[in-house]
Design a protein around this ligand. Structure first.
Ligand SMILES: [Zn+2]
Length: 173
């Protein structure tokens, strides 16, 4: 296992569109372990996408189980994910491992239905809502070369992080 280097804005590679995962082999699963370890090493990390560590393939990990009192699926490995339906919108604050100094307000679908493969290539369908749905949408944006900075509700919706982290740090993905 290894903690991988994270690409940080304005690295232009973060704008790259990732290609589908085709081989579900041991090498892929070893990479996913490293990706998860990298996510957990970050402060408040609730998600990570493969292109954030320079691997331009369509896979993300989301785990919002550290948030109490919300509905979630524990740790999710989502490979070649596609949102097949969505409903409602809500604005919420987002942070990103690749944008360490800022957070911002972004509008996302409240409810989503998602198709994805797991690390063995098996097809799965998930229903997600609110915070978990937001985290997944944030990570999926990375697969298309988008950051939360590209989706800010308005120019006043970008916030510099405190130098001294409060006792409740912002989540990052
Ligand atoms: Zn991010």
């Amino acid at each position: 296992m290894a903690i991988l280097d994270i690409l940080v804005y304005p690295d232009s590679r973060l704008k790259q569109v990732s290609r589908p995962v085709e081989r579900f082999d041991e090498a892929l699963r070893a990479f996913i372990q490293d990706l998860e370890e990298t996510m957990r090493a970050g402060p408040g990390g609730v998600g990570i996408a493969a292109p954030q560590v320079g691997r331009f393939e369509r896979m993300v990990i989301v785990d919002v189980s550290s948030k109490l009192k919300i509905k979630h699926h524990n740790r999710l490995i989502l490979i070649n994910p596609v949102i097949t339906s969505q409903e409602g919108t809500a604005v919420g604050r987002e942070g990103c491992l690749s944008v360490p100094d800022y957070t911002g307000n972004v509008a996302r679908a409240k409810f989503i239905t998602l198709q994805a493969q797991d690390e063995f290539g098996r097809e799965r369908v998930y229903q997600m809502e609110r915070y978990e749905a937001r985290a997944v949408q944030h990570e999926m944006d990375h697969l298309d070369g988008l950051l939360f900075l590209d989706r800010l509700v308005g120019r006043r919706d970008l916030f510099r992080r405190q130098i001294v982290e409060s006792s409740k740090p912002q989540d990052t993905g």
